[in-house]
Design a protein around this ligand. Structure first.
Ligand SMILES: [Zn+2]
Length: 299
């Protein structure tokens, strides 16, 4: 079971969250049939979304991260709720790239660097808050830190990592760390954090060493007393349903709804986040078309 924790330093100056997202990245890999580089790109973005979603206070809040860098993977999207549960998709999951000369996965090359990171926060009421920044590297963690610095004026340390087995890509480790400097942080605290971060091993190295997310936060906040605010299980979770597909169909005209049926008399909608398919018979489409017709006549 994947887990996420949220911590705060005793002074209240630094907020730190960490997540082990190994299972949910493996789930995403299976659902989308991702190769190594796609697994790493989506895995990193899912970890970021989960960490950022879990910071949102209002029940029912969601956050959507979309990275569109012009690379072969196309757009990569991750959506998380305020419990850190998330889902995501990659436009071209079939893409695979050779490793970089240093032996690492070329996430920046697959995502591309010429484009935007878009963030949409929906608190469940009112207009969703949206912000976007130009991508720094397409490696995602740097882009998230840049988003916080530019768009929300919060100095942020973001470390995200996905380790994909070279022999067996289903052998993986995935996780992330997000540390934010609050307005009341002292200079000493910020300096200490900067020193710690310089010495901090990569997230995948810490996970591979068997470190828990508590130990990862303790390492990042070494010398800074802190308390844990929350610990929660997180998972790859989709919110699709037959009712939602019906609602989407209902935005079409009655004739368009009728024309959805194929030669066998069925319409099929596949959820782009979890792969579940919803099948509608000709008769069901007719019922839906009539319902839309009746509603339009009333208005
Ligand atoms: Zn779904």
């Amino acid at each position: 079971m994947d887990r996420l924790i949220r911590c705060i330093t005793k002074s209240g100056g630094l907020m730190a969250s960490a997540a082990d997202t190994t299972y949910l990245t493996a789930t995403a890999q299976q659902i989308h049939g991702l190769h190594a580089v796609g697994t790493a790109a989506l895995g990193r973005l899912l970890a970021a979304a989960s960490l950022m979603g879990a910071e949102m206070k209002e029940e029912g809040s969601t956050i959507q991260l979309k990275v569109d860098g012009g690379g072969p993977l196309g757009a990569v999207v991750a959506i998380a709720d305020n419990h850190g549960d998330c889902r995501g998709m990659v436009a071209h999951p079939e893409v695979e790239l050779p490793l970089k000369p240093n032996g690492k996965l070329d996430v920046g090359g697959a995502v591309g660097r010429d484009g935007l990171l878009g963030v949409m926060r929906d608190r469940g009421s009112g207009t969703p808050y949206t912000g976007q920044v130009r991508l720094v590297s397409g490696e995602i963690a740097e882009d998230i830190a840049s988003y916080f610095a530019i768009s929300e004026q919060i100095p942020t340390v973001c470390a995200l990592g996905v380790l994909v087995g070279k022999e067996d890509p289903s052998q993986l480790l995935s996780g992330g760390l997000l540390i934010q400097v609050m307005p009341g942080a002292s200079e000493e605290e910020v300096d200490r954090l900067a020193e710690n971060v310089k010495r901090l091993p990569q997230v995948t190295t810490m996970l591979a060493q068997g470190m828990t997310i508590e130990e990862m936060v303790a390492k990042a906040l070494e010398g800074l007393p802190f308390t844990q605010l929350a610990s929660m299980p997180i998972a790859y979770t989709c919110t699709c349903s037959r009712e939602r597909v019906e609602r989407a169909f209902s935005s079409l005209s009655p004739d368009e709804i009728r024309s959805l049926a194929d030669e066998n008399g069925y319409a099929e909608a596949r959820c782009q986040y979890c792969g579940r398919t919803y099948r509608f018979s000709k008769e069901e489409l007719e019922t839906l078309a009539v319902r839309v017709e009746t509603r339009r006549q009333k208005n």
